[in-house]
Design a protein around this ligand. Structure first.
Ligand code: NAI
Length: 630
């Protein structure tokens, strides 16, 4: 029953982000010698008026006398205010226009600047109630119309009484005078609007705290810019994720809960309830049991590279998309590899060790430049290919081998077999992924094929090298320098001891899996993962998702986007299209992608549709999750 509802909206700090008289102070006092002090005073009086500790009349009079404003300042103010309309009002312009018969602006501010700011939103002049300035012949503001109800205390109440609205009245505002309407029994609900300012004394009195206009529209089931108000999306961030991630997610309007440590399964089962986005690093185990308790989870962000800690299959079967940061630390690994190559080819680990023991061993024996040496890269993925470019810039001849056809960058040469690369290279660096088949891919047979005196690096995964064979190759002098960052068995925490056959070997650099561990990489991860999640929530794009079919989608323009996630069984697309045809709905665009577990269908449709369509789409067999974006 739409006709029954009236919305009474405040102007300052509600319709606009700012208090107009504060802005006017900046304009009218621009060249005034006491400008900073007066601006401060104006703000203090504004606040005193807002929380009810100063009368409306006094607050207006005191501020106007400080302002010394003129007609031309008001014109400049209007231009400023037009750019300061609250974001949720801007994006819900369609609603405001469509409902202009039932929307009133009631303000203790001044019509002189309110009307030109709200008019483009379709608000009718006869629905604006506010004070008016009095000007002298020169255009100086000399006062305001004291006869106006809104110039006095309880003015909004008096104004609402005069209006005699018949129906439900909802007041949206940030100040005490807005609450007064409800207190006087003239409104059904007072929504404390906190998008711009949050005043505790007002929030305490509210029927509902509303961080945006979307929330009011959502609660009243009215058409709105966002299908789901963003502050209702709860994010739980664990394990001290870099603060940039928190900032980006807050900026998007989500509600955040941040917990510096990890949580065990039991604690996470409790904390995950109601959470829409979970952010973790490598320690938190997202198990089947945890996912069972995750009644609202849409996405998991792994703020790291690996996703072994997440039960990806259960996530898929529950329609939860998982994102990680596969490239964010690649540069760090490449830099470490280059540093190690230079150190090893100069025997630096041994030389440094000797120095610490008091031994001065100055000689050029077995020390070389890297310029002109043949670097063999095994695995030409994100890291391998970047190492290729940087090491070529340092003057190395790059050879690479990959199981997949990869484009050679720069002057790098492709080897057609692993054997060819092993025989050719002076320095070998491993950058393959950790798939099962790669276990011990470099063993005694492979070391035997390498050149005498080769330098060997593994910064990829521990299990890809047979450690006993590497040890033998170092001891025999086949390998004259080794850099190892990853091990088949690694301590789980810094408190556990490190055990390895490689300890104590000559010219061997051992590092505790820190190839990708730099602050820059942490920051890159914190930038990358929220970007992917926000894009998924806003557009449905699944680019780089670990478990969802990857779909890059265009922006949504003037349409509704239906997002349908289902078990990958035949006939779902036909089912969706049958439902849409049955409701005579026009499809503007449709995208489908599947993987072995799930199917992902995006359908953009014309704006008008009935709730029955949604019900029918949700009831298609094998549907896992369904959401509508607009
Ligand atoms: P990627 O997946 O982009 O590249 C791996 C490449 O290796 C792919 O091109 C693949 O086709 C190739 N490959 C796989 N098996 C092969 C084989 N048997 N022979 C030849 N080529 C093979 O991975 P990305 O991002 O370049 O990472 C490489 C490795 O580095 C991964 O194992 C990753 O876990 C590890 N890593 C280690 C870090 C550290 O802190 N030390 C940090 C980041 C990654």
């Amino acid at each position: 029953m739409e006709n029954d509802k009236y919305f009474v909206i405040d102007f300052d700090s509600t319709f606009t982000k700012v208090e107009a008289l504060d802005v006017l102070a900046e304009i009218s006092l621009q060249h005034h010698p006491e400008q900073p002090q007066r601006i401060q005073k104006v703000k203090e009086i504004t606040d005193a008026g807002m929380d009810g500790s100063l009368s409306v009349k006094e607050s207006l009079e005191q501020r106007l006398s400080l302002l010394e404003a003129k007609k031309e300042h008001i014109d400049a103010l209007v231009e400023r205010l037009k750019n300061e309309v609250s974001e949720s009002f801007k994006r819900n312009r369609d609603f405001i226009q469509a409902w202009n018969k039932q929307i009133y602006i009631v303000s203790n501010g001044f019509r002189d600047f309110i009307e030109p700011v709200v008019a483009p939103y379709g608000i009718r002049p006869d629905h604006i109630f506010a004070n008016s300035f009095i000007y002298d012949k020169e255009g100086n503001i000399t006062g305001f119309d004291l006869e106006n109800a809104l110039a006095g205390n309880n003015g909004k109440v008096a104004q609402l009484k005069k209006l005699e609205l018949e129906g439900d009245v909802y007041v949206i505002g940030d100040g005490y005078t807005d609450y007064e309407i409800k207190a006087a029994g003239l409104a059904n609900r007072f929504y404390a609007f906190t998008e711009n300012v949050e005043r505790n004394s007002i929030v305490d009195k509210a029927d509902h705290i509303t961080p945006s206009l979307d929330e009011v529209l959502f609660l009243n089931k009215l058409s709105r810019a966002y299908s789901y108000p963003k502050h209702r999306i709860k994010v739980l961030l664990l394990e001290s994720i870099h603060p940039l991630a928190e900032k980006l997610l807050r900026q998007e309007g989500y509600s955040l809960e941040v917990h510096p440590g990890g949580l065990d399964e039991h604690e996470l089962c409790e904390r995950i309830k109601g959470v829409s986005i979970l952010g973790i690093r490598s320690k938190t185990q997202v198990t089947k049991k945890v996912l069972k308790h995750a009644n609202k989870l849409i996405a998991v962000g792994a703020f790291c590279i690996g996703t072994n800690q997440i039960d990806l299959e259960s996530c898929s079967s529950r329609g939860i998309a998982v994102f990680n940061a596969p490239f964010s630390n690649t540069r760090s690994v490449v830099e470490l590899a280059i540093g190690e190559i230079i150190m090893l080819i100069r025997n630096l680990p041994d030389k440094s060790h000797k120095m610490h023991e008091g031994q001065w061993d100055k000689s050029a024996r077995n020390s070389f430049e890297i310029r002109g040496k043949k670097l063999g890269i095994i695995g030409y993925g994100n890291i391998g290919s970047q190492l290729s470019v940087l090491s070529e810039n340092l003057g190395m001849d790059v050879y690479y081998y990959d199981v997949v056809e990869k484009l050679a960058l720069g002057n790098a040469s492709k080897c057609s077999s692993l054997e060819e690369l092993l025989k050719k290279a002076d320095i070998i660096s491993l950058h393959v992924d950790g798939r099962k088949e790669n276990r011990n891919m470099i063993g005694s047979h492979e070391f035997a094929l390498m050149k005498e005196g080769v330098i060997f690096l593994n910064l990829s995964r521990g299990h890809v090298v047979d450690i006993a064979a590497l040890k033998a190759a170092i001891e025999s002098g086949k390998v004259t320098g080794a850099g190892v960052d990853v091990f088949p068995e690694e301590p789980k925490t810094n408190d556990e001891p490190f055990m390895s056959e490689l300890k104590g070997l000559p010219n061997t650099l051992l590092s505790p899996h820190i190839g990708g561990s730099t602050l820059e990489a942490q920051e890159n991860i914190a930038q990358f993962v929220p970007g992917k999640i926000i894009d998924y929530i806003n557009t449905g794009s699944t680019t780089n998702s670990v478990n969802f079919p990857n779909l890059q989608l265009p922006r949504l323009e003037n349409a509704h986007r239906l997002i349908h996630i289902h078990h990958n069984t035949p006939g779902i697309l036909a089912g969706i299209n049958n439902v849409l045809a049955g409701h005579q709905i026009n499809i503007n665009g449709q995208y489908l992608k599947t993987n072995e577990h799930i199917g992902y269908v995006i359908t953009d449709i014309d704006k008008q549709y009935s709730q029955d369509v949604i019900r029918d789409l949700k009831s298609i067999k094998n549907t896992i999750k369904f959401r509508v974006l607009y």
